[in-house]
Ligand binder design. Structure first.
Ligand code: AMP
Length: 475
């Protein structure tokens, strides 16, 4: 759970990177960073905090260059320490090298150990540094980024969308199953690779297409190239991006996230209709679902909770007590909309159950008679090892508990989770092409102690120049 971006722009990249990271802020609020290459050296700035807290005009003015990468971090592996803030910058054979990563490797430990046995030092506790070490190892031998990324892909297992700035170019590659999103866009002054299309929109650019699973995109001031490094018969796009993580206005792997959520809202009514006075979203994540529900149920869409926009996501609170207090600060009920009413309350997911329980209590205290909870994902039963920050099985409320037990625990009048079939149909990709690990406990690649539907990965060697409109390099 992180946001990444790489930009080449003839007018300079520091502001475009800043705007793109701003658009990707929902993907990580712990820290932000930018590394820019000026043709001679890398300039960087990174710190803990939100994008707006980390950068100001003075700092952005020091980040001169036409090539650069940026990152917003929400930690999945590696401690919450300053050295783990990305992008990471290295000096390699006299050249600057910057890298930023979204995803999570599942074989980091073995790889680190083999490097350490060979005398290699690591400065951070992240899997990203392992990716960098593998790339440097092969670059040293062959001098070719394509070869280095290919070698790296043969060694690492897990989810990874990566951007790098090296030797006058920005590179972006996506894991062979396409687990985490990554897309390519054209901007007025160049090109961009980013986690989500909203970053392209923020620069008034246009989405060219998603980076393909196993593809390496190279962008320099002259051209954009595609190298297909791996081929797999199936994909494993993260289903949770559509449910919760991505912004509703992003298009991911050809699908507008808002459409998925709206359609699921419609399905929630079809699967579990209920007599009520209004349909209310849990803001903001439940809004598109509630719009869809209201369309087909013909219940009025009523906002009954107002969110304090200036608070980060409550999930990062370290203790249960802190999380419970945070929910109360984050949301406030509108009593007048709830008094003596029966409502359908819609949210995207239930993880630990803390949020739902607190919200239902608040809404009941505000006078609601009945609260019919409708959830835009099936029960989350299993941990995520591939990049979404999910608790362990024992903390997941739906792990080992039936729907009626969860309903009693969150004290709702009724509860319905959307079916997996309806969720998959709303996304429009085949079930086989989605990672549903958190919902089914079956993962798209081997993970110790877990079930897997593993796929054969074929390595290829095909590089083409993409036929995109050329852009001026003289501006
Ligand atoms: P809870 O059931 O209290 O653990 O939290 C569930 C709420 O947190 C959901 O309504 C989501 O909006 C949000 N959420 C779901 N998954 C995550 C996640 N991995 N990180 C942060 N927030 C999440």
């Amino acid at each position: 759970m992180c946001g990444i971006v790489g930009i080449v722009d003839v007018g300079g990249v520091s502001l475009p990177l800043y705007y793109a990271l701003y658009a990707l802020q929902h993907r990580g609020q712990e820290s932000a960073g930018i590394s820019v290459f000026d043709g001679d050296q890398l300039h960087k700035h990174k710190a803990q905090g939100l994008v707006a807290e980390v950068f100001d005009t003075k700092i952005l003015n020091t980040l001169t260059g036409k090539i650069g990468v940026g990152h917003v971090r929400y930690p999945t592996t590696g401690a919450n320490t300053p050295e783990n803030i990305q992008p990471f910058n290295f000096q390699f054979m006299g050249k600057g090298f910057a890298i930023a990563h979204n995803g999570n490797l599942v074989n980091t430990r073995e790889l680190r150990e083999s490097f350490e046995k060979a005398g290699h030092f690591f400065c951070t506790t992240t899997d990203t540094e392992v990716i960098a070490a593998l790339i440097a190892d092969e670059l040293r031998r062959s001098g070719s980024i394509e070869d280095a990324v290919r070698l790296c892909m043969t060694r690492i297992r897990g989810s990874y969308s990566v951007v790098m700035a090296y030797d006058g170019a920005v590179y972006g590659f996506r894991d062979p199953l396409g687990i985490k999103p990554l897309c390519l866009g054209k901007t007025p002054g160049g090109h961009i690779i980013a986690s989500e299309s909203v970053a392209i929109d923020a620069l008034s650019g246009s989405l060219v297409r998603d980076v393909r699973p196993g593809e390496l995109i190279t962008i320099d001031l002259e051209e954009v190239r595609s190298t297909q490094i791996t081929k797999v018969d199936r994909k494993a796009h993260c289903i949770f991006e559509y449910v919760y993580f991505a912004r509703a206005d992003s298009v991911i792997d050809g699908v507008l996230v808002y459409d998925v959520r709206r359609m699921i809202g419609q399905k929630l009514h079809e699967e579990a209709p209920v007599r009520a006075d209004a349909v209310c979203p849990v803001p903001d994540s439940g809004t598109a679902y509630a719009v869809g529900h209201a369309e087909v149920s013909e219940l009025p869409f009523v906002e009954s909770l107002i969110k304090n926009r200036y608070m980060g996501r409550t999930f990062i609170m370290p203790t249960q007590a802190a999380r419970e207090q945070a929910v109360r600060i984050k949301m406030n009920p509108i009593r007048k909309h709830l008094q003596d009413r029966s409502i359908v309350l819609i949210d995207d997911s239930i993880v630990r159950g803390t949020t739902s329980r607190r919200i239902i209590q608040m809404i009941r205290d505000a006078g609601a008679r009945e609260i019919h909870m409708r959830i835009g994902s099936p029960p989350i039963q299993a941990p995520c090892y591939l990049g979404v920050d999910m608790p362990t099985r024992t903390e997941l409320i739906a792990s080992g508990q039936e729907e009626d037990q969860v309903c009693a625990s969150i004290t709702a009048t009724s509860l319905h989770y959307v079916s997996l079939e309806a969720l998959v149909a709303a996304i429009g990709h085949d079930f086989e092409n989605l990672c549903t690990g958190c919902l089914t406990g079956c993962y798209p690649l081997p993970i110790d102690g877990e079930d897997a539907r593993s796929r054969d990965i074929e390595f290829l060697d095909v590089t083409v120049q993409l036929n995109l409109d050329t852009f001026s390099t003289t501006k």
